[in-house]
Every structure is written in structure tokens, then in C-alpha cells.
Design a protein around this ligand. Sequence first.
Ligand code: ARG
Length: 297
Amino acid sequence: MNLHSNWHLLLPREIEGIHRAILVTCLLVFSGFHISASRAEITCLSNADENTEAFENFNAEYIDLEHAPWMVNLSLGGEPFCGGAIVDSGLQFVITAAHCVKKYPKSDLWIRIAAPRGGYSGESRRVVSIRSHPRYYDKTKAYDVAVVKLDRAYSHVEPSQLVPLLPKDQAHFWAKPGDCARVMGWGKTTEYSSASEELLQVDVRIWPQSECKNSNGVAIGPHSLCAGYYRGGFDSCGGDSGGPLLVQGGNFEKFIVGIVSWGRDCGRADYPGVYTRVSEVRDWVYGTIKEMSETSN
Ligand code: ARG
């Protein structure tokens, strides 16, 4: 999660434990940069706000298990390398990015929920099977989505807490250009740092598709969406891939509208984060889960 383009929040890895905690606290206090307790409302900055003081005061936030019970990470046992979300189709399936699951054999993967205070090593599960979208194309990251079946469901999550994938016929309603969306993950807080020890979230603005196409210099089809700020600064980053981008629907309901896929570095001005457009792959995800539920792998 990139916090601010000129912000080097994470410290070198050799500074560990308590020293690191004290230093981080001092940096935060003396810099005037705040990471506050989590807000329920998803609120990003408008295009016009970007040139005001509001941008300087804009925050990323720490979150804990209670506020993101569906959030998971993928690791080989240590630091996470990707995020994911438990799908509202039973408690045994996770949605993530296809590029996250192609690197390692499934037997090496651990899928973990957040620790109670937002750390990355909460309850963990092993992987039974993985399906990547048949149209996933590594070069362009088109259809960057995969479904992972866990060896058993998570016991700390209630089905009612899970967030549905945005239906296609509601996409024009809840994921419009200019709307605010929230992305979360344990990814890097600057392009040059390591993964975050805490789960972070930041609210970003969904870009018009035409601007999304023109930025980044590569073809971005209707299967992707862009989000971020023209000024940069707040973005997902390496290690956040696979994690969910959420919007607020009506009645406090949230929807998953995107999956962190790629970007040109992190938080750069004029280069938004690129997300898999969930409304375009939703039927495939639910259909695949149904099929995987009916087979033993
Ligand atoms: N590909 C990265 C990952 O594997 C995610 C990058 C997202 N980048 C961005 N600027 N939003 O974690």
C-alpha cells in the first residue's frame, strides 16, 4: 500500500522489533503524517480536492481482523507476497489475482487471515486446488483473477460478514468514474520498502476508462479498471496484488469491484493502479466455485 510518493514509512529491515516500532511512531508523530483508526465510510478525494490542503491531510489507515474478516494473504509461511478475499460462497474459497498463484506450487502456499490486530499471521489454511481465469494473459494481465479452494473453512468468519462481488448490471451504479473505492493489503508502503507489518487500507478514486486506457501506455480493456489520484501518492503496491478493491453500495453494503493487478511503480502521478474489473469476471468466479464445490479438488 503506497502511502505518499515522497514518504518512506517503512524502515530498513535490519531495524527490528521495538526499535522499529519506536522509530515508526516518532516518524509518524513528528511528520504530521497520520495513520488513524479505521473509518467505516469509504471517502476519497475528488479531482478538485487534489489541489487543496485536503490532500496533505489525507490518510491511510491501519485495520484489524474485526474490520476486514474476509481479507487474506498468500505466503510461503513468512511475509505475504499477495492478498486475497474470502468469497461470499461458503467460507472455503478465496479470490485473488491469477499472477499471484502461478509462481509457486499450491503445496507451498499458506492462506492466512489477518491477526486480531492486523498483523499478517492470523489463522492459516492450506490449498486444495486453484483455478485461474482461462483468458488470463500474463503479458497484459488481462483477466487477472483466480479462485483458490482451501482445505477447510475459516472458523472466525461468519458468512454474513463476507462481501459480494459486484454484479455486472450494477457496475454503472456503484463503480462509476469518480466514485471512491477502498483497497487494502500488507503490500509495500513505498516502491523501495518491504511489506507492511500491519494491514493497511486507503481510499482511491475510480478513473474514467478513457483515461485509464491512455495512462500506462498499454492496452487496458474493459476487463480492467484504474483507480488512484492524478497527483499520485496513494495507491496499492507490490505485495497488495490479489487483494480486494471495495465500494460502498446502498444500505451500508459493500461490494468487491476490483482485484489489485498491476501498476507502473506505485503512487506515481498520472499512473493509476490497475485492477481486474470484478463485474466482468464475477460469473466465472461464482461458476468456478460451484464447480469446485462439487468435486474433491
Ligand atoms: N503487481 C503488484 C503485486 O504483485 C501489484 C502492483 C499494484 N501496483 C500499483 N501501482 N497499484 O503485488
